[in-house]
Design a protein around this ligand. Structure first.
Ligand SMILES: [Ca+2]
Ligand SMILES: [Ca+2]
Ligand SMILES: [Ca+2]
Ligand SMILES: [Ca+2]
Length: 233
């Protein structure tokens, strides 16, 4: 990650914030405009505590607002170990959406190859994961959980977190008929890891029943599945 640069730059009120120890202490949600990675090699650390298990969304706008900065984004735990990272999500601008257990976390922003510099806007917000269950599956197995009947207009949000060296997947099914049971998959989360997030908005004009399936594609172990259902709007 290289040596922290001085990071002194007019207009970045958070400086110096070039290390874990000098991270800018923030509370969520956090929005800031016209921060900067400057001079070249500057590192910007932000620290916060997540009280509940939830989804964290971090978005950086730099190139998309005309900055020369090609930003790279890291989420670290309190010891500085990488939880996840992203370089280019929207053009050269990074973004992450990740599920996290309660704890203290760090957002680290730097320029690509520690060379790129320029201004950026930062937004960080957390959303409660809702109700969670903990379970365990072996490779090739699946487990299903009923969400019950859900009203139209509601948004279903699901988060799966399994062991880091496995590939578990997440599927959301609508129950078409109960007798006999027919289901249709409406969303799938099939990334190469066991961290999956799904969002689905229930349409139509009557309540429908939904099922969630967790499938161990590669590897075995414990997982947490969280759901939150927001009604209306
Ligand atoms: Ca800075
Ligand atoms: Ca800095
Ligand atoms: Ca980038
Ligand atoms: Ca997966």
């Amino acid at each position: 990650m290289g040596q922290p640069a001085s990071g002194l730059f007019q207009g970045d009120p958070n400086e110096p914030n070039n290390s874990l120890a000098s991270a800018t202490e923030i509370s969520l949600p956090y929005f800031a405009e016209d921060l900067s990675i400057s001079p070249s090699g500057d590192l910007d650390f932000f620290a916060f505590t997540l009280e509940e298990r939830g989804f964290l969304e971090v978005d950086i706008d730099a190139e998309s607002r005309g900055s020369f900065l090609d930003a790279v984004l890291f989420i670290l735990d309190e010891s500085g170990n990488e939880v996840t990272s992203n370089d280019d999500d929207d053009g050269l601008d990074p973004a992450v959406r990740v599920s996290l257990n309660p704890g203290r976390y760090i957002v680290l922003i730097r320029g690509f190859l520690n060379v790129s510099s320029g201004t950026y806007d930062l937004s960080i917000f957390a959303q409660d994961a809702g109700e969670c269950v903990d379970s365990e599956i072996s490779q090739g197995e699946s487990e299903s959980w009923s969400l019950g009947e859900i009203e139209p207009g509601s948004s279903i949000q699901l988060m799966l977190e399994g062991p880091s060296d496995t590939d578990f997947d997440l599927f959301l099914y609508e129950v078409i008929s109960n007798n006999p049971t027919f289901t249709a998959v409406v969303r799938r989360g099939v990334s190469l890891s066991s961290r999956e997030n799904l969002r689905f908005r229930v349409s139509g004009d009557s309540a429908r029943e939904y099922l969630v399936t967790v499938s161990a594609f590669e590897g075995s172990g414990k997982y947490a599945l969280c759901r939150s259902i927001a009604t209306g709007n």
